[in-house]
Design a protein around this ligand. Structure first.
Ligand code: NAP
Length: 287
């Protein structure tokens, strides 16, 4: 089995993002200085959750490396109206090209609800139901960055998808469902599993491509993996010693899977970089 190097893939994407961000900043210098565009991401943070704050800081670091401006707005326990108004205002701000809302949200609010306040043209993490609907309809839309990262990894690693059996474990609107839609668009035959799925191991063991996005450490053991399968581990589960593990028991599947994304260093870095690529794409479309 060989590990897929997510950091190397992220670095390659980062080069493209950096070049495109630089081009936006210089393209119109000869004609009008006011036409210079700085691709800008606004990150609304309605939480003090440590893992969420860590992720936001990592977005900021990657943004500064690539030339994307990252504006972070911390909201302390916002009301629904305050949060939704903030997302709408940012959507209306011409200097902002991408808007994301970090989870977890205050109790009683859901991302699929408040995400509807983000303009689909700036919905760089596919949070709006409009974006998911467009994805389902095969129309242009920003897929959630994590789902896009799964497909980007498969494409860059030249894993064939047409005619293959793909199994996705997890059906959330931010990962499982959009991953399934994107795999379907690549002509895989897709099965989506969840916590009520019967015979999970048996279904997974028929997969040529297995995507684990359940958020359950070590759920995917050797009996879940078909010999020679490609396994993409989206799960990020904190450990008691401050580390991070995926949904896949890597030591158990090592003799069966052909390829595996590690945690950390697999899907995560690619996700962050694709978010920034979406911001640059949105900025290019707005100019
Ligand atoms: P989520 O909203 O909690 O959804 C988890 C999904 O997994 C649900 O559909 C759930 O089924 C299913 N599930 C839970 N336990 C299961 C089990 N024992 N067997 C089968 N299915 C099970 O989580 P999420 O937001 O989709 O995230 C999933 C994982 O990806 C988490 O670990 C998260 O931290 C990670 N993640 C990573 C990145 C990255 O960049 N690497 C980004 C986003 C998320 P039900 O629908 O029946 O409840």
């Amino acid at each position: 089995m060989s590990l897929i190097d997510g950091r190397a893939i992220a670095a390659a994407i980062g080069e493209d993002v950096t070049a495109r961000a630089a081009a936006l900043k210089t393209a119109d210098l000869n004609t009008s200085a006011s036409a210079v565009v700085v691709p800008t991401l606004a990150v609304v943070v309605p939480t003090s959750d440590e893992a969420a704050l860590w992720y936001v800081r990592s977005i900021g670091r990657a943004a500064s490396r690539t030339g994307v401006d990252c504006r972070v707005l911390h909201l302390s326990e916002p009301s629904e109206i305050e949060l939704r108004t903030t997302l709408r205002d940012l959507s209306a701000d011409d200097t902002v090209h991408g808007v994301i809302c970090q989870t977890p949200l205050p109790a009683g609010l859901s991302l699929s609800e408040v995400g509807g306040d983000i303009d689909p043209a700036k919905d760089v993490d596919g949070a709006s139901p409009v974006s998911l609907g467009r994805l389902a309809a095969g129309r242009p839309a920003f897929a959630p960055a994590t789902a896009a990262a799964v497909l980007e990894i498969l494409r860059r690693e030249q894993i064939p998808l047409t005619g293959t059996r793909a199994v996705v474990v997890g059906r959330s609107t931010v990962v499982g469902k959009p991953v399934a839609l994107l795999l379907l668009a690549e002509n895989a035959t897709v099965t989506v599993c969840h916590s009520r799925t019967a015979d999970l191991a048996e279904i997974c063991s028929g997969a040529d491509v297995l995507v684990a996005a359940a958020g359950r450490a070590g759920l995917i053991g050797a009996d879940f993996v078909k010999p020679g399968a490609v396994v993409i581990d989206v799960g990020t589960n904190p450990t008691s010693d401050g580390g991070l593990v995926g949904d896949v028991d890597a030591s158990a599947v090592v003799g069966k899977a052909a390829r595996l994304t590690p945690v950390p260093g697999g899907v995560g870095p690619v996700t962050t970089m694709l978010l920034l690529r979406h911001v640059v794409t949105a900025a290019e479309a707005a100019t």
